[in-house]
Design a protein around this ligand. Sequence first.
Ligand SMILES: Cc1cc2nc3c(=O)[nH]c(=O)nc-3n(C[C@H](O)[C@H](O)[C@H](O)COP(=O)(O)O)c2cc1C
Length: 364
Amino acid sequence: MQSHKVFTPFEHKSLRLRNRIAMAPMTRRMVKDDGIPTKDVIEYYRQRAQGEVGLIISEGTPIDGLHACDTLTVPRFETLDQLEGWKKVVQAVHEEGGAFAPQIWHTGRFGADPIGPSNHQLPPRADGSERPPVKAMTEENFAQVTKAYAKAALSAKEIGCDTIEIHGAHGYLLDSFLSLSNNKRDDQYGGSWKNRMRFPLEVVRAIRQAVGEDYPIIYRFSQWQVDNYAEIKFHRPEELELWVKELVQAGVDILHASTYDALEPAFPDVSEETLSGWTRRLSGVPCIAVGKVCSNFTLRGAYGEEKDAVADPHPAMDLVEKGEADLLALGRTLIANPDWVKQVREGNWQDLKAFDKSMLKTLV
Ligand SMILES: Cc1cc2nc3c(=O)[nH]c(=O)nc-3n(C[C@H](O)[C@H](O)[C@H](O)COP(=O)(O)O)c2cc1C
């Protein structure tokens, strides 16, 4: 049995975790058009909680059926029936001693009826089909989306979720406002950093107001985005500092720094420190690190034909030991190994299965 800080409890506000391992949010597209989590969805999350994961973060779950969603096969977080389905997920995770956070999501520019900071046309999808044009958000859109986020967050609290994660990463709606390549507005939502941060911060404040002071809020952000893996939003630590301090000021409790590789230096010209390390130090709040734990491939490689091999998770786990992260999130390796925590704690990481993309075909 291995003693390592990742296997020790974590507490923040009302959030109590038995260890510092989180399941990273992963879209699986496995429900019917009604958007209700199915028995398999419940079982999929239960299995990871049974495997002693501390915090289960759900797949991105769209906050409305209007613009937030890209396909109908993603479980949504809006109607009473959908929330009833999620409540069963929460109960299953709690029965197994885990904690649960829905990742509340607005796909923005990538939606079926896409909205974003500015009018533009995304390139065709991988299958060659054209995408609908992205429409610049109107005042009415801002009000509707903010309200839908606040409602989803309050619903999460009401159905017993231990915390929520706001999906503010990867080029989806909130993130797209920060990006100069997506946001060409010349009103109070575009231009300077202050203006580009305005809408995501308004959403955070509306959520904080809806859920009250004590309910923990996680915010996930990233440099990269799904249509531009090389995107950089924070060129210098000062830009990151401005952003994370504003998020905390607006009501965020825990930051989730989404990277391909948890160990990669965030600003290599400055130091070897990881994005999670910088974020934690500059913001003063707990931070989740993620990326390539147990894997040799970047996320993009996961969709290729080659087969991955299991890599030693300890260098990433040591980020927690060294104080560069408070929690470590696992994506692909947790799809392959629902019992990851037990296996690694018992010193058997070499027996873990390597992830391969065929594992995405089924949930359980
Ligand atoms: C199948 C799949 C679906 C994903 N869906 C989401 C998602 O819904 N929301 C999100 O923030 N990140 C998503 N990601 C990114 C993961 O949360 C994670 O950051 C990434 O896989 C890197 O971690 P890993 O190397 O441990 O897999 C997804 C990744 C995969 C492999």
